[in-house]
Design a protein around this ligand. Structure first.
Ligand code: PMP
Length: 453
């Protein structure tokens, strides 16, 4: 907990902002109170993770702007926690969706469209892996990648980094416990079995710890983000990612890069940015421009090994795939998004904006000499209540401060800026402007001034 924040002042400021949020959002509050037929009053239970007493209700969204049903407009740095990294409803994606759904017709017909090969080729150009298959979510891409890795290696376990997040994938809900051994992640609801039966865990940036776990010889795949993004941004130290690749190869373990969030690093994600060569790459969220879409890419060697195994049922009851996966609508949306919106040029602009955002936050932190840090991965920046920046997930988890986070989120949303719930994260989209970033910088400085008293 940051010593230099006065807890009494913080509690008072949080109460003030919570009251202000309730006063300015009567329609959202009423809609929430009426929602008796929803489990937890929300369409998905995590929507209760809002800084105020109720979630803001979406009215509409376009580009980097969101409006709520009380008539407020926001600069959206949340961007659906990456699902809207292309900006909300970009015109070309809207046209492609309209064309597929209305003009031609046929969202889901159990038949391929020619767009799919275009998308596969483009993902190959960006990420290097040459054989692609689609899903609707990143979670499913990870689930199916894990199954394929188990099948091809004949090994049972998956290794993830402590406090990483890969969706609601059973095998990934493991952390390094206080005694240094793997333990279920706090909050793992209804686990099918003790997670240490299916999984191993290491700390990010710790090659020795990784090697110790791989030496058991039972790890089918390491599933990792090249930089952690779900417990703040934890960047890889020099040599770490090369070391992971070398160790996984040496121990006969496949390497899966989950690029769902690290896609922010550039057009080819962190894999392209750092020049990595995983065996499998998974992705979801942003690539469909807001239409559900995800996928996984395989190395040619791995794809050939899998297809050569006549004992593996990849066509019928194999436990890999979904009826709507690769449907014509999401494939059309992926094509439009990759071809026209999240282009190489757009990434250059988004990364420059993120640098500007990072500099603004760093200046605020420096002015008040706070023990906080800010990290950036391409178009994505996040500040954390720790300095120096945490080196791994466990350190980063220890620096969480829910009250402080809620205050900052509410201070922003009451003044027209949306940050990402669960994070102090800001993502740039092609429609974000320098003025948007500067508005955040000014408000962040004001919030810190108020905290300082
Ligand atoms: N992988 C990573 C790295 C993620 O951050 C997330 C979600 N935050 C997922 C996978 C799962 O995505 P989804 O919930 O859309 O399936």
């Amino acid at each position: 907990m940051p010593a230099s924040v006065d807890r009494e002042r913080l509690a008072a400021l949080l109460a003030r902002e919570t009251a202000e949020s309730a006063a300015r959002n009567p329609r959202s509050q009423a809609a929430y109170q009426r929602a008796e037929h929803l489990f937890g009053r929300v369409p998905m239970t995590w929507m209760n993770k809002s800084a105020g007493a109720f979630p803001l209700y979406l009215d509409g969204a376009r580009g980097a702007r969101v409006s709520d049903i009380d008539g407020h407009e926001y600069v959206d740095f949340c961007l659906g926690d990456t699902g809207a990294m292309a900006g909300h409803s970009p015109e070309v994606v809207a046209e492609a969706v309209e064309q597929r759904y209305r003009a031609k017709g046929g969202a889901t017909a159990m038949l391929p469209t020619e767009d799919a090969e275009w998308v596969g080729a483009e993902l190959t150009r960006r990420f290097g892996l040459p054989r692609w298959s689609f899903s609707l979510t990143a979670t499913d891409a990870n689930r199916w990648a894990i199954r394929l890795a188990r099948a091809v290696t004949g090994r049972q376990k998956i290794l993830v980094n402590s406090y990483s997040y890969h969706g609601s994938v059973d095998e990934s809900l493991i952390v390094v416990g206080p005694d240094g051994n793997g333990a279920t992640r706090p909050g793992n609801v209804g686990a099918p079995c003790d997670v240490t039966l299916t999984s191993r865990v290491a700390e990010f940036n710790d090659l020795e710890g990784l090697e110790r776990e791989l030496a058991y010889g039972d790890v089918a795949a390491v599933l990792m983000e090249p930089a952690l993004t779900n417990i703040g941004i934890v960047l890889p130290e020099p040599g770490y990612l090369d070391g992971v690749r070398e160790l996984t190869r040496r121990h006969g373990t496949l390497l899966i890069n989950d690029e769902t969030h690290t896609f922010s690093a550039g057009p080819g994600g962190a894999t392209g940015f750092y020049g990595l060569s995983p065996d499998i790459l998974t992705i979801g969220k942003a690539i469909g421009g807001g239409i559900p879409a995800g996928g996984y890419g395989l190395s040619a060697e791995l794809a050939d090994r899998l297809l050569g195994r006549s004992d593996l049922d990849l066509v019928d009851m194999g436990g890999v795939g979904g009826t709507l996966a690769g449907n014509a609508l999401s494939v059309a949306a992926m094509r439009a998004t990759l071809e026209h919106v999240l282009t190489d040029e757009a990434f250059a602009r988004m990364c420059a904006l993120s640098e500007r955002f990072e500099a603004g936050v760093a200046a605020g932190i420096a002015k008040h000499d706070l023990p906080w840090s800010v990290s950036r991965l391409g178009a994505r920046s996040e500040y954390r209540f720790a300095n120096p920046a945490p080196r791994n997930g466990t350190e980063s988890a220890a620096s969480a401060d829910a009250e402080l986070e809620d205050f900052l989120h509410l201070f922003m949303s009451n003044r027209g800026i949306l940050m990402t719930p669960f994070h102090n994260m800001a993502l740039m989209c092609p429609a974000t402007t320098e003025a948007d970033v500067d508005t955040h910088t000014e408000l962040f400085a004001q919030a810190l001034d108020e905290l300082a008293g």
